[in-house]
Design a protein around this ligand. Structure first.
Ligand code: IVH
Length: 692
């Protein structure tokens, strides 16, 4: 069995050697919770917090007689949440955590011990929404009060948020009296909007959605309102008025709440599933984990509960947690680290792209050292300083991004991230009229890189046209775009290379490049967002350059992988390249895709399938690199993926040298994805392989 990233992250637990170390650690826990609850800004990320808490618990279990009554581990929210003065109907408890399948099995054993038998009513499995707990009281169908969790017995009245929360209507479908309990959070979309609204009002962006939720619930007099969303996960009787039929299960309780008009975890994208045993529950945990990156709201775990109310009652409650429910925590997708530097790269079209260099940090199973920062306006909006502790977010395959600075941890004298005053590549002027800054020379700044790229092995494949040669051709003014390569004279080539022999060889290469298939010619144009795979898809789909040029945004969207955002950008760029394309046509460069018809709709054994490749290929595929494999997959009608997830259809995995399955193979097995050896895969695509 492999160790989950959550466990790996927790494996290097600090060891508390003595009582002083224990007290210091307890104090750090209290302070972290206090700062979090005070202003919705945490001074410690979740993984660091969880590690410290486990270390404190380990010390307490070894020294049970020395545990003080006010230990943070014995209090809801470490005893640090603002308590408020509204008494809860019944205690609003938290959840105990486990971090892997073994932890879940151990919880199952403890439940069985408490019941004296295995639970008979099954388990409900639902997402653990990463927000803030509230109790919402409805009287006669009207939402009359919203209360935070506080210390579990008293909470704060935050009824000012009524009307601001999707899924928590002010009026229910029927005049019922009931208290619903659940989580308030920003969906990803609401979070983006919230930060836009805040920066428009000169406020700091939120450190993350959860902290933003806690802050927004408590902020009574902001000059703006931010929408949030509610998901109910429990129901409590209010004023002694019955709401549920006797013996209703957890799933039935949530269904009744949903019928009344309140959103529940069951109506969330990850849904609620009732399963018979914990093996099935674990399978559902894996499935929800695989969906996580695509969910509209952040989740930090999966909650498993006894579904029968009678069994819940029999299992009972501890001081902080119910014994009948458990949270399987997922690896943090967000961590804090230090922003060490910002580097600026100039793209092929002259766009200046800032990248954050970070102190290495482990997030969701990989080490992150770089993250995108979008553009200068974004850097200023987030008020980032060099040396800042920043929150970094990464989920699944997405590129890590810097979310915000933790202002309270800013070192004295830290300076704002400097913005470039000149183009970092050519030293020329910057055009800063739009959010994305560009070198004023545009593509001309990037011309040598663009020509080198176009001449590369996978594009026009002009052997011998290296960096120095390209620099000389650009410098002399003989090459101002990729089409100029095809009209170079022997004299011009000789002048640039300093050798008539080399010039003749290059002329031969350029001649051969005229007959490259359309997908390579198109790729050589350097249209933003169209690398090798996308260029192949576009060329196969349209067949000719004329058809590509004739496509509007709707037509461009018919190409797999081109969505409504990308389509108009591609269309616009193709139009802007008209003079270059015309010159290429005039120079006799091939403008058709030989395989377009054969691999058209319905063609290929991998039609509609997403294929991921891992390990070294063997047998008939021996020596195939990633890009050859991608080409083969696409030729057979499929699409190449980079990581194994719920959308993956096939994993081609070479058996590893040490006999241990790769992490991709383990993930594939967990998700029930078909795994093929290179040999089996070669057989599947034998026709495409044979046709070269
Ligand atoms: S059940 C008595 N279900 O996670 C049972 N809690 O870390 C109480 N949470 O305090 C909770 N999603 O605020 C439950 N589907 C879910 C949840 C959920 C998020 C929150 C809740 C709880 C915290 C514990």
């Amino acid at each position: 069995m492999t160790t989950s990233p959550a466990v790996e992250a927790l494996s290097s637990l600090p060891v508390l050697s003595d009582r002083t170390a224990y007290e210091a650690a307890s104090q750090r826990l209290r302070e972290a919770s206090r700062s979090y609850y005070a202003d919705g800004d945490s001074a410690m990320d979740d993984t660091t917090y969880d590690r410290l808490r486990l270390a404190v618990l380990a010390w307490e279990s070894e020294n049970p007689d020395e545990v003080p009554a006010d230990s943070p581990t014995g209090l809801v929210a470490d005893g640090a949440a603002p308590v408020g003065d509204v008494a809860h109907t019944t205690r609003l408890l938290s959840l105990d955590n486990v971090f892997d399948a073994e932890g879940l099995v151990a919880w199952g054993a403890s439940v069985q011990r408490r019941l004296g038998r295995a639970p008979a009513g099954g388990f409900s499995v639902e997402p653990k929404i990463d927000g803030a707990a509230v109790a919402a009281r409805y009287r006669d169908g009207r939402l009359v009060q919203v209360i935070t969790r506080g210390d579990g017995s008293h909470g704060e009245d935050v009824s000012h948020v009524v009307g601001q929360i999707d899924g928590l209507p002010e009026r229910l479908a029927a005049p019922v009296t009931v208290e619903v309990r659940g989580e308030v959070a920003f969906t990803q979309e609401q979070f983006e909007t919230a930060n836009e609204v805040r920066t428009a009002h000169g406020a700091q962006v939120f450190v993350n959605p959860r902290n933003g939720t806690a802050g927004t619930l408590r902020a009574k007099d902001r000059p703006y309102r931010l929408r949030m969303t509610f998901w109910a996960y429990g129901v409590v009787e209010l004023d002694g008025v019955p709401f549920l039929p006797a013996g209703a299960t957890h799933a039935e309780a949530l269904a009744a709440v949903a019928t009344a008009g309140v959103r529940t975890t069951a109506s969330s994208a990850a849904g609620l599933l009732v399963v018979a045993d914990l093996a099935e529950a674990q399978a559902r945990v894996d499935a929800i984990t695989a969906m996580r990156a695509d969910l509209p709201v952040g989740i930090d775990g999966v909650v498993i509960k006894l579904n029968e109310t009678a069994e819940q009652e029999a299992a009972g409650f501890g001081t902080r947690f119910p014994h009948w429910a458990i949270a399987v925590k997922l690896p943090a997708v967000e961590r804090q680290t230090v922003l060490q530097d910002v580097v600026w790269e100039v793209g092929r079209t002259g766009v200046l792209a800032p990248t954050a260099l970070l102190a290495p940090v482990e997030i969701d199973g990989s080490t992150v050292t770089r993250a995108t920062l979008h553009n200068p306006a974004d850097i200023r909006r987030r008020d980032l300083h060099l040396g800042d502790t920043v929150t970094v977010y990464k989920a699944g395959d997405i590129i890590p991004r810097v979310q915000a600075a933790v202002v309270r941890l800013r070192p004295a004298g830290a300076t704002p991230v400097p913005l470039p005053e000149a183009c970092p590549r050519c030293g020329g002027e910057i055009n800063a009229t739009q959010e994305r800054w560009r070198c004023a020379r545009g593509t001309a700044c990037a011309l040598p890189a663009l020509i080198e790229y176009a001449a590369g092995r996978e594009m026009l494949d002009i052997d011998g046209l290296g960096r120095t040669y390209v620099a000389a051709l650009v410098e002399s003014g003989d090459v101002r775009d990729v089409a100029d390569l095809f009209t170079l004279t022997i004299e011009q080539l000789t002048a640039a290379s300093g050798s008539a022999k080399r010039a003749a060889k290059l002329a031969e290469q350029i001649e051969a490049a005229r007959t490259r298939p359309l997908n390579r010619v198109f790729c050589a144009l350097g249209v933003l967002g169209t690398g090798r795979s996308m260029s192949r898809r576009i060329a196969r789909h349209f067949g000719t350059m004329e058809a590509i040029r004739g496509a509007d945004a709707a037509g461009m969207q018919d190409v797999e992988g081109i969505g409504p955002e990308k389509a108009p950008v591609v269309v616009e760029q193709v139009a802007a390249l008209a003079p270059v394309i015309d010159k290429l046509i005039a120079a006799g460069v091939n403008m058709t895709e030989p395989e377009a018809a054969s691999a058209g709709p319905g063609g290929g054994p991998l039609e509609g399938k997403v294929v991921v490749v891992t390990g070294r290929m063997a047998g008939p595929l021996d020596g195939f690199g990633r890009s050859e494999m991608n080409a083969l997959i696409e030729k057979a009608g499929g699409r190449a993926g980079s990581s194994v997830n719920a959308r993956t259809s096939i994993l081609v995995a070479a058996p590893s040298a040490n006999g241990k399955p790769s992490s991709k193979a383990v993930k594939a097995a967990e998700l029930g994805v078909e795994v093929l050896t290179p040999e089996d895969f070669a057989e599947l695509v034998a026709d495409q392989l044979a046709s070269g």
